[in-house]
Design a protein around this ligand. Structure first.
Ligand SMILES: [Zn+2]
Length: 596
């Protein structure tokens, strides 16, 4: 472990010596705003400042154009520098002599080497050994050829606790390397195998480096997939499966097809459609989008779910749009699994690709499926759902085109709609208190109000009043968004531990071992400005309670809606017993809602 610490030295040392506030102030004037500093953003044009610098966290963040980072990122963005140049310039400024860091590269090479050794082991077991027979049969049954298994280097990790660990030890790797590579999990006696009884997929980057593995179960056990955890050479948020084989084709077609899983990718390549890659889930990261951006401008998405009806997917799509891609959605006939289609009917797959729907037309299709266009209440709901989406279309011409389309669709004047969209664009700075006060789910739309309240709740918890000891008592299930749940659980543990030791809240202490994806989210919410009044503990607590109760109400309302749907179903099928149970549950919940 000591080696990593040493390699980080220079960067950390420079960060300690240079205050981000001073550095930014060499370029633009900053104004004090509460615990932070504020300015008009140097990276996009604006009239009201949404560029925030935090001396505590030593980072900046623009809430308009979303740019953010530390002193290095700031220089890279502002001066168009590479990391190395920024490092050299800041080292000079800080009076730090840069050390050569051969240690780090040697050490990383060891991790690549251990991965390659493990790959040999897994691949041998799958293709040559009795232990891998079942897994091999399974893959053949799913339609994979020997050539594909060879090309993608699939393997099998036996269902035992230490066979890989023992193998690697015998090959000259030590326990700490095995654990650091993520292949082993540290235990009292050393290390045990992370991947057990799984088909292994090597995760190889665009430079053909083997960075980690994902492992899939053969049956329906959970979790279906596990991955190498974050390591010095692997970051899930910077990996797309299949990119090493797909990149040439993606470049020449100027188009990437993003699918859900490893199997979809391999089968598609096997059938000759080779510009296909997989993300792990729909929650794409900026890092993954950047990877594709090098090769093409068109992105086609093929997922099993309704992307327009799911808020995590909508956020992913926003990011892809901001990165400048043209986005289309590939729709397969209902209930059909991509891998199934690709394997059995390659023509159907090719046709589905050729007739992919432009993303904003896809949104329109999705709402026509989910809402009744003859019902004025539903038309309003469609408007509420799509106006915020339309507001985020970054290209002006494209946005205007779809404002026209949506106004035809809703049969309202396009000037009225344009105004609503512009208003939503201007309102990017969030006024949480306003959202909280609006009892109705007005312009922000049903799902987004709930989401904004979840966000507000985290923001409040990250800004406890000074010298105020507080441990929240609500369950994490109050959050629908997974990342908020994770943040809340960690925050809860932290708040509990400091209250026990009666220590003050320290943001730096809380984030010190947060995973990177969560850290970005926490920093954004920590840098969000809250109303000044909320620095008093009484008002802060009151506000907190109100947000919690609103979220509880929203949860119950959603369950009631679902129940009433189920009741209607039960009625039309004459299921009396079910009906009794459902109606009772409906009554109980209604009472609960009333008493909140
Ligand atoms: Zn900006």
């Amino acid at each position: 472990m000591g080696l990593i610490v040493k390699a980080m030295d220079d960067v950390e040392l420079i960060k300690e010596k240079i205050n981000i506030v001073d550095l930014v102030q060499e370029y633009l004037p900053l104004k004090k705003a509460g615990i932070n500093f504020k300015a008009n953003c140097p990276f996009h044009s604006e009239k009201t400042p949404s560029f925030i610098v935090s001396p505590e966290r030593q980072i900046f963040k623009c809430f308009g154009c979303q740019k953010g980072g530390d002193i290095f990122t700031f220089l890279m963005e502002k001066e168009g520098m590479e990391f190395k140049e920024a490092l050299e310039m800041l080292a000079k400024k800080a009076g730090v002599t840069l050390k050569k860091t051969p240690d780090r590269t040697d050490f990383k090479e060891r991790l690549f080497a251990i991965n390659l050794k493990a790959q040999e082991f897994f691949h041998y077991l799958l293709t040559k050994h009795e232990l891998g027979k079942k897994a091999l049969d399974y893959l053949k049954n799913r339609g994979l050829t020997d050539a594909s298994i060879e090309q993608f280097g699939l393997g099998y990790s036996p269902n035992s606790w230490e066979s890989l660990t023992k193998f690697l030890l015998k090959r000259g790797f030590n326990v700490s390397e095995i654990v650091l590579s993520g292949l082993g999990v540290a235990s009292k006696t050393g290390s045990y195998d992370r991947f057990r009884g799984r088909i292994t997929f090597p995760l190889i980057d665009a430079k053909d480096k083997l960075k980690g593995f994902s492992g899939r179960v053969l049956n329906n056990a959970e979790p279906k997939y596990i991955n190498t955890p974050q390591t010095p050479i692997f970051d899930k948020g910077n990996m797309l499966f299949g990119l090493n084989f797909a990149r040439t084709e993606i470049r020449s077609k100027n188009e990437a097809i993003l699918v859900e899983g490893e199997m979809d990718v391999i089968l598609s390549h096997q059938m000759g459609v080779k510009n296909v890659i997989a993300s792990k889930g729909t929650a794409l990261t900026e890092g993954q989008i950047d990877l594709v951006k090098k090769y093409c401008q068109n992105m086609l998405l093929c997922f099993d779910m309704d992307l327009a009806g799911d808020s995590a997917s909508r956020r992913g799509i926003e990011m892809i749009d901001r990165a400048g891609f043209n986005i289309k959605v590939i729709s397969l006939s209902k209930g059909k699994d991509a891998a199934e289609v690709i394997k059995t009917d390659i023509k159907l797959w090719q046709n589905a690709i050729a007739s992919a729907t432009a993303i904003y037309d896809y949104y329109l299709q999705s709402v026509s499926g989910r809402f009744d266009l003859k019902n004025p209440v539903h038309l309003r709901q469609i408007r509420d759902e799509l106006v915020p989406v339309w507001a985020k279309i970054s290209d002006d011409l494209l946005r205007d085109h779809y404002i026209q389309k949506l106004s035809n669709f809703l049969k309202i004047d396009d000037a009225v709609l344009r105004q609503a969209v512009e208003k939503a664009r201007a309102g990017k700075e969030r006024n949480y208190t306003e959202i909280l006060q609006q009892a109705k789910d007005d312009a922000v739309g049903v799902s987004s109000r709930r989401e904004l309240l979840e966000e507000y709740l985290i923001a409040l918890l990250l800004h406890p009043p000074k010298d105020f000891v507080f441990v929240p008592g609500f369950p994490e299930t109050l959050f629908l968004r997974e990342s908020f749940r994770q943040i809340y659980v960690l925050l809860f543990l932290y708040l509990d531990s400091i209250s026990f030791k009666s220590k003050a809240f320290s943001i730096n202490e809380f984030v010190s071992d947060l995973p990177k994806e969560l850290l970005l989210e926490v920093d954004r919410l920590y840098l969000t400005e809250l109303d000044d009044k909320l620095s008093g503990s009484e008002l802060w607590q009151k506000e907190l309670e109100q947000v919690i109760s609103e979220l509880k109400k929203a949860l119950i309302k959603a369950s009631l809606q679902k129940l009433s749907h189920e009741i209607k179903n039960a009625e039309s099928f004459g299921k009396i017993e079910v009906l009794t149970v459902l109606t009772k549950r409906f009554r109980d919940l209604s009472v609960k809602l009333k008493n909140l």
